[in-house]
Design a protein around this ligand. Structure first.
Ligand code: ZN
Ligand code: ZN
Length: 356
């Protein structure tokens, strides 16, 4: 499996005539080696790999790392990188420019004299853009437990409850179901606060008749889930029902349009043009969605400016919304995996307007 993943580096080796690539981003390291700890580096040549860590992680690395020789480095990791680079003649070395600080780069340039350092931009993270079967299983499992956790807390959502209490109960229910934690700080935005696409759960008390947008996700074995429901607490007004119905239809239309070969820009347009035609185009200010995997937001991006095209195995969110300042808002989000002829929806909480 990891061999297949590393074969995705081939085009970088060829395009940049590299002898090796040095990875320091923990998501990429996990993807390529299996290591789940919080400190380490991975040096990959065309036919070999070395995992570098300090003594705190040697035992964990021995258990987790596949297909790489483990080198314990002390005191400075870069000295060990330099030794390997010289030993194996890796004199043209790619590195993750998008994940390297200026000071780390200076240190590298100093310690690796005589080695050509080649900046690999954010495009390097594209190796993770199409998920393999093991990843789809993990993403399915985390999405399922997260949706089930939401179902378990629905009974607690009622007038008089604080937004933050819903967020806490939801996190608790996720952890009871095996999550390692939450994927991000949940958004629980009721009433007028629903106009903020990123309104984190606050002390606000939910009132009868308000819409409540809950954007939530779990983290398990490094993989994230992401889902949003907007529910009504008590009987909603006509306008609340109207915007919910528009967003729901835009969401359904976009999900039906997901298939290999459609551009992310065109998919965004499916939802955007529907919302625009219903008169709410000015109130949908963000992109339709994003890739998800070892990061909560990863490639591809679904927006009017996106240049990506969907391929089988990509896992993306579809999350149109309408946000009206001074009034409130609605967002509905699912995570889907692109299949050979469409998509499978991984998240499963009910997207109809639930009136609690
Ligand atoms: Zn979300
Ligand atoms: Zn999202």
């Amino acid at each position: 499996m990891l061999k297949n993943r590393r074969s995705r580096l081939k085009r970088f080796f060829e395009e940049y005539s590299l002898k090796a690539v040095l990875f320091t981003d923990l998501r990429n390291i996990r993807y390529l080696s299996g290591f789940s700890g919080t400190e380490g580096a991975l040096l990959v040549s065309q036919d070999q790999a070395w995992f570098l860590c300090d003594s705190r992680y040697t035992a964990q690395a021995a258990e987790e790392v596949q297909g790489a020789e483990i080198r314990e480095c002390a005191p400075l990791r870069i000295d060990t990188v330099a030794a390997l680079v010289h030993e194996y003649g890796l004199d043209r070395l790619g590195f993750e420019a998008a994940h390297t600080t200026v000071s780390a780069f200076r240190r590298m340039s100093e310690k690796l004299s005589g080695v050509e350092l080649v900046e690999l931009g954010p495009g390097l993270d594209e190796i993770r853009i199409c998920k393999d079967r093991a990843e789809i299983e993990q993403l399915t499992s985390v999405a399922t437990l997260s949706s089930m956790a939401l179902t378990a807390v629905l009974a607690d959502i009622k007038p008089g409850v604080r937004e933050v209490d819903i967020a806490l109960t939801l996190e608790f229910e996720m952890r009871r179901r095996g999550a390692d934690g939450k994927a991000f700080d949940f958004i629980v935005a009721s009433g007028e606060r629903g106009a903020m696409p990123h309104g984190r759960a606050s002390d606000k008390i939910i009132q009868s008749g308000e819409l409540v947008t809950i954007d939530f996700g779990a983290l398990k074995d490094g993989y994230h889930s992401d889902e949003t429901v907007t529910i009504a607490c008590g009987n909603p007004g006509i306008r609340e029902r109207e915007i919910h119905s528009i967003v729901r239809t835009a969401h359904d239309l976009a999900i039906r349009a997901v298939r290999p070969g459609i551009s992310c820009k065109d998919l965004d347009e499916v939802a955007r043009s529907y919302i625009h035609d219903k008169g709410y185009g000015d109130y949908f200010g963000h992109g339709l969605g994003h890739g998800i995997g070892l990061e909560i937001h990863e490639m591809p991006t679904l927006s009017p400016r996106s240049s990506a095209v969907l391929e089988e195995g990509m896992v993306i969110t579809v999350e149109p919304g309408i946000y009206i300042p001074g009034f409130g808002g609605v967002r509905i989000e699912d995570t889907v995996v692109v299949t050979g002829d469409g998509c499978n929806v991984l998240t499963s909480a009910d997207k109809q307007l639930l009136v609690l």
